[in-house]
Design a protein around this ligand. Structure first.
Ligand SMILES: [Zn+2]
Length: 169
């Protein structure tokens, strides 16, 4: 028999309370649930200097040939995607990010500060997604916000895509 919704919620709460699954924190970073539509984000628990490693991204490596990708997936190299685990999967997009994502070992990536990051600041990076009709609006609040969670060169395509959708209905 499948899980009832109530039992699933109860068990999920137990996982989160007992194992702190979504509430990851260490001396360097902390996952904070800001509630509502904002959801979880990763915040600096101390100051980071430019060039400093903030966190290592570990997860599942998936062949690009066999995998369509997901919302969280990162491009590892030209053959592999990296599906990040906790806490990296909670790093949010910003059009004006404070980190860069780079391949740091044979199997992992790292978020590296490219500016000074004060304690309490949200860790962000630029997802640079390709334009697609499911792409969400960006609410990063940066003055140079591109309006959607896409790369700079994809904005025109997004305008076309969403324009089409509006006039089509
Ligand atoms: Zn933005």
């Amino acid at each position: 028999m499948g899980l009832t919704k109530k039992r699933r919620e109860m068990l999920q709460k137990k996982i989160e309370d007992d194992f702190g699954y979504r509430r990851y924190h260490d001396r360097d970073i902390e996952v904070i649930d800001r509630g509502g539509s904002k959801g979880c984000g990763v915040f600096a628990a101390r100051q980071f200097l430019p060039g400093e490693l903030i966190l290592e991204v570990r997860g599942q490596l998936l062949s690009q040939k066999d995998y369509e990708g997901s919302t969280y997936v990162m491009e590892f190299d030209d053959k592999w995607y990296l599906e990040p685990g906790v806490p990296a999967c909670y790093v949010n997009h910003s059009c004006s990010p404070n980190t860069e994502l780079m391949k740091i070992t044979k199997y992992t990536m790292g978020f590296v500060a490219f500016c000074n990051i004060e304690a309490g600041t949200e860790i962000t990076f630029d997802y640079q997604w390709e334009a697609a009709d499911w792409i969400p609006r960006c609410n990063c609040g940066a003055p140079n916000c591109r309006g959607w969670v896409v790369g700079e060169t994809e904005v025109k395509k997004m305008e076309k895509l969403t324009g089409k959708r509006k006039s089509g209905k």
